[in-house]
Design a protein around this ligand. Structure first.
Ligand SMILES: [Zn+2]
Ligand SMILES: [Zn+2]
Length: 140
């Protein structure tokens, strides 16, 4: 059985294939996202990567998003974050508290099956995003 590559390895390969030059700031953004299991905002990434510079951080995120390595996640209250896109397709969705902004990731097999059974108007499904909005236990 061949082990599937880690997201970092996969990203490095995709970046090389896209003909982009190696960049240390981009590498640092990748390393940070690789460690996180859920969405991080661009501001958080910028704050953690001291000395990189906001414009460079944002540019790196944009490149990773363009390559399909990172996805934008709706975090409610017009905020959004970014998280890695696993090459295996394994992923989760989010429940957002619209009062305090707390984000809980969740996985639901029945939901995935229902989504994949939807075939309408001749569309093939490429991707999907599900964000549930509500109020967390503390805010309720
Ligand atoms: Zn997440
Ligand atoms: Zn899903």
């Amino acid at each position: 059985m061949s082990q599937s590559p880690s997201w970092s390895e996969y990203s490095a390969r995709r970046i090389a294939e896209a003909g982009l030059r190696r960049s240390i700031p981009r590498r640092r953004v990748i390393d940070l996202l690789a460690e996180r299991d859920c969405a991080v905002t661009a501001l958080e990434i910028d704050a953690e990567l001291d000395g990189v510079g906001r414009a460079t951080v944002y540019r790196a995120i944009e490149q990773l998003e363009d390559l399909g390595l990172v996805r934008k996640v709706d975090l409610g209250a017009s905020a959004h974050g970014y998280e890695k896109v696993e090459p295996s397709g394994h992923h989760h969705h989010h429940i957002v508290c619209d009062d305090c902004g707390k984000v809980e990731p969740f996985e639901d097999e029945a939901l995935e099956e229902a989504i994949h059974h939807i075939r309408r108007k001749g569309f093939s499904l490429e991707s999907h995003e599900v964000t549930l909005h509500g109020h967390c236990a503390e805010c309720r």
